[in-house]
Write a protein that binds this ligand. Structure first.
Ligand code: P1T
Length: 379
């Protein structure tokens, strides 16, 4: 079922999810159990305790690995728990190069938690490969990137960055949350680790918080698998089931998110109240060529700049279909003000986002209804 000959849409429905061997149930059972009965001490059927392993989680991990073209998958209680577990691979004194536009929670984890444990961070414009090269130190161990970035929608050239750090003992980890494997598969471009907040497009229905990692390197997998159990930030079986169920429609959802978002981005680009639209599917995006090359679809996320912060506030409180909320990637459209919401933790930092920025997560509702909603909110 995990055979690489199958396409993503087929793997999303079947990988890691054979019919239940006991009953034939076509849907993966929710193994709502904390422990497993053993025949004799340490004599069991592969499962001993649900922090260590749970069959519903195993199904999710195998499915995500297959979708990313990876050998191994790991699931966590949140996207941040996944990032946190990756960071525990490193030691005090290690140096990390990070893109200078990331989810506010990632910035907070790195600067306010891991800096206290002796890690150092350089925040770099990843579009400029020379500044990445210049940031490399003997103690650099990780290059962390989002592409497109949250919320400025800047792209990082994954293959180019892999090439830039080649020859150095630096792992390349890609937070691919804004894309999902239906848009890009960073492992196939040479990245060592791909990570997602599965709260977003993978789950797709705004009903579960989770994180996943996929990778090919057996040694790093073994370390991460050890950390997953040793640290214990694992998702419950019900949340694993919800993400698995959401994943089945990933391909069709991403196509529709992208179609809707492109139409909306074009509409906003022509709207006099909008100063700038940042969307990888528009020719006006400064990295449009890279987007065409690296991304199968332009995705459902759009950022816009308005004339004043007040105009942004007015817009996000006037939409009716676009709900004012943090998060993204669900079937329903969301709108938010990153400076005061998702990126409030960067507000006083060097990587603060503009106060005039509004972020849209375009859902899969009827596009005419969404366009009317935005037209009215901006009127
Ligand atoms: O929320 P959680 O599942 O812990 O995932 C964190 C995370 C990691 N990486 C990216 C790129 C993200 O966007 C997020 C979460 N982001 C939001 C909640 C948001 O509204 O941007």
């Amino acid at each position: 079922m995990n055979d690489p000959k199958y396409h993503l849409d087929t793997l999303a429905i079947h990988a890691g999810q054979p019919p239940d061997p006991v009953t034939g149930a076509i849907m993966t059972p929710i193994y709502q159990t904390s422990t497993y009965v053993q025949a004799a001490p340490a004599e069991h059927k592969g499962y001993e305790y649900s922090r260590t392993d749970n069959p519903t989680r195993t199904a999710l991990q195998e499915c995500v690995a297959a979708l990313e073209g990876g050998q191994y998958g790991l699931a966590f209680a949140s996207g941040l728990a996944a990032i946190d577990t990756i960071m525990r691979l490193f030691n005090p004194g290690d140096h990390v190069i990070v893109g200078n536009d990331v989810y506010g929670g990632t910035y907070r984890l790195f600067e306010r938690v891991y800096r206290r444990y002796g890690l150092t961070f350089s925040w770099v414009d990843l579009a400029d490969l020379d500044s990445v090269r210049a940031a490399i130190r003997p103690e650099t161990r990780l290059l962390w990137l989002e592409t497109p970035t949250n919320p400025m929608m800047r792209l990082a050239d994954i293959a180019g960055l892999v090439e830039t750090v080649r020859g150095h003992p630096i792992l390349v980890a890609v937070d691919s949350t804004f894309c999902s494997p239906a848009i890009q598969q960073p492992l196939r471009l040479g990245a060592d680790i791909v990570m997602h907040s599965s709260t977003k497009y993978l789950g797709g229905h705004s009903d579960a918080v989770g994180g996943v990692i996929a990778l090919n390197n057996e040694e790093i997998y073994t370390q991460l698998k050890f950390l997953q159990n040793a640290v214990g930030a694992v998702p419950g079986p019900m949340d694993c089931f919800l993400v698995l169920r959401g994943l089945k429609t990933l391909g069709v959802r991403i196509e529709r998110h992208s179609q809707n978002a492109l139409q909306i981005a074009q509409f906003l680009e022509d709207h006099p109240a909008v100063q700038q639209v940042i969307y990888p599917g528009l020719e006006s995006h400064p990295q449009y060529a890279l987007a065409r090359q690296q991304m199968r679809f332009p995705g459902g996320m759009i950022s816009i700049l308005l004339d004043t912060p007040e105009a942004g506030r007015r817009m996000v409180t006037r939409t009716k279909l676009f709900a004012l909320a943090e998060s993204l990637g669900g079937v329903e459209s969301l709108i938010e003000h990153p400076y005061s919401m998702t990126h409030a933790s960067t507000a006083t930092s060097d990587i603060a986002v503009p106060k005039t920025l509004v972020r849209l997560s375009v859902g899969i509702e009827n596009v005419e209804d969404l366009l009317n909603d935005l037209r009215e909110a901006l009127s």
